[in-house]
Each structure stands twice: as C-alpha cells, then as structure tokens.
Design a protein around this ligand. Structure first.
Ligand SMILES: Nc1ncnc2c1ncn2[C@@H]1O[C@H](COP(=O)(O)OP(=O)(O)OP(=O)(O)O)[C@@H](O)[C@H]1O
Ligand SMILES: [Mg+2]
Length: 292
C-alpha cells in the first residue's frame, strides 16, 4: 500500500489574502467552506506549492505575495510524509520578479524542488481544469506528466533536460550551424531522454488502464480508454535502444525541415493524451458537453 501522506500544520505569511494564518490538521479529510473570495482556493494553492512547479494557478510568485506586504510570502508545513515527519518551508523574500522560490526541508536549503517528491507527491483536479479534454494538448501533457511524476520523480528532470537539449538544437538550426557531430551529440541526448519520457508515460497509462479495468464494473462513472498519440505511435513494445536509435535517426533526417519550421517537429513534446468514452467509443472532447 502506498504511504498515506497527511498535513498536520500549515502556516502562511503574506500569502494571497492571508497576512498570517495557521491551520492545525489531524490527517482526516478537510472540507473548506466560506464565501466567494474568502480564500479557500488560496489555501489549496498554498498546499500545491509543496510540490515542484508553480502550483495550481501557475501564478507568478510576485502575484502570490499579499498586496501591501513589506516582503515576500512564506508557507511552512509540517506533514507526515513518505519518509516520516518532515517540515517544509518555501517562499520568496521580496516581492521582486523572481522565477525561483526558496525551499527548506527540515531546515536545510534544498538544492532542487524535486527533493519535495521524496516526501510527498501531489495531484490536483480543479474546476478550472474542466477544459482538460477540450483544451490544448499541452495542458493534457502537463496533466499526464504530473501523474507520471507522482510515481517517478526523475520524470521532471528528464523533461527539463530534454527541453534544454531541444532548445540548443533549435538554436543551432536557427543559426544555420549544421555541424553534424555537434548536432548528433545533442540529438543522441534528446533521444535517450525523449524515449525515457515516452516510456514513463506509457507505463503510467498502463497502470491507469489496469485500474480502470478493475473498477469498471463497480464504478458509477463512464469508463475511459486512454492512449498516447503523436510520437512514435504503437511502437513502445520495442526495445528502448531501438527506439532511441530510431528517434535519433528521425532527428538527424529532419534537421533541414525543423530549421525551416523553427522548431523540432517530432518528439515527446508533441505527444497527446487521447481519452475515449469506452462504452460509447467516442472521444471525450466530443462528449464533454454540459451533461457529462
Ligand atoms: N496577492 C494577493 N494579495 C491579497 N489578496 C489577494 C491576492 N491574491 C488574491 N487575493 C484575494 O484572494 C481572494 C480570492 O481567494 P480565493 O480564490 O481563495 O477565494 P475562494 O474562497 O476560493 O472563492 P470562490 O468561492 O469564489 O472560489 C480575493 O478576494 C482576492 O482579492
Ligand atoms: Mg475558489
């Protein structure tokens, strides 16, 4: 059984509408009630910042700091985490534009936010995400990658390393520097990271599909079939070395085409999560009208 993670204390300073707030919790479920604008979602946002990334609103950190606060914001949490009790502190010190927040785990500065996933792995599904199936493929990819990250904390690092390698390839192509050995080095890196990303996503879909199969009979909800499309479709049962070689070869072949397009046209960054309503065998995006 996965370890149940629970929050026992949440302390906010100059976070959104909270100048100072302390919540003491005991591991049971929590229901927040209050008027519109009272600060319920703000509390959820604070909790969401106990995971890597910019939280459930994907807000700029400067916007999170309470308007009129003298400095930045801070969140302090005590939780019963995967590795036992842990204290997490995060925030920014001034309300200047910043892209990085400070993070302390048990009082020690963390090198990367990925360290958080040793202690807790968070997922959220909010009303604002009701466009998941009708929205852009990048939203669906981000949602899927967050799911993958909950099982495989290295996924985030692989994705950001892949992005970095892809950006440097795009830049070389854009500048017309078709240095074959330089490009081949970058493409090899993209291939090993990209295939690892794609395989981790496939594994997640496999787990979800098994879960859906097991609960299908007893669930009142329509069941979904899940598929990844848009990158090396239907090939992921092949050995990963073959997939890497093939993707590296695809990249090498498409240098001029990608240079013309100004981006890398093939890769895990183009994959999409396709969800079908199983019983009706229809794409979810066609179904998500008002009724379902
Ligand atoms: N940086 C900030 N400084 C001060 N107040 C802020 C800041 N950002 C948001 N707020 C305030 O937080 C409130 C919104 O809080 P929140 O979204 O948590 O409300 P809610 O309880 O979820 O409401 P609803 O029921 O409408 O979903 C607004 O009143 C807004 O003015
Ligand atoms: Mg709200």
């Amino acid at each position: 059984m996965p370890h149940k993670v629970s929050l026992s204390r949440l302390k906010l300073t100059d976070f959104r509408n909270y100048a100072a707030a302390v919540l003491a919790l005991d591991g049971r479920h929590v229901v927040l009630t209050g008027d519109n604008g009272a600060g319920k979602t703000n509390l959820m946002e604070a909790v969401s910042l106990l995971s890597p990334g910019r939280g459930l609103r994907r807000a700029a950190y400067g916007d999170i700091t309470r308007v009129g606060a003298p400095g930045g914001f801070s969140i302090f949490a005590v939780l019963d985490g995967i590795e036992g009790e842990v204290e997490i502190g995060t925030g920014i010190e001034t309300d200047e534009e910043t892209t990085a927040r400070r993070l302390r785990i048990n009082g020690t500065p963390a090198k990367t936010a990925d360290e958080l996933t040793d202690h807790l792995r968070l997922l959220w599904l909010t009303p604002a995400m009701d466009g998941l199936f009708t929205g852009t493929s990048s939203d669906r990819r981000r949602f899927l990658d967050r799911l993958v990250l909950s099982l495989d904390p290295a996924h985030g690092r692989r994705a950001s390393d892949f992005e970095r390698a892809m950006r440097s390839r795009n830049k070389l192509l854009d500048e017309g520097r078709f240095d074959p050995s330089w490009l081949a080095g970058i493409e090899e890196q993209m291939a090993s990271l990209g295939i690892a990303m794609a395989l981790a996503r496939q594994e997640m879909l496999g787990l979800l599909t098994r879960l859906i199969d097991e609960t299908r009979e007893s669930s009142p909800f329509p069941s979904a079939s899940l598929q990844l499309a848009g990158f090396m479709d239907g090939q992921f049962s092949r050995p990963s070395v073959d997939l890497e070689d093939e993707y590296a070869a695809m990249l090498a072949e498409s240098r001029y085409r990608d240079a013309g397009a100004g981006r890398t046209l093939e890769g895990p960054h183009r994959a999409d999560l396709i969800v079908h309503h199983r019983e009706k065998a229809m794409e979810a995006e066609r179904l998500f009208g008002p009724a379902e």
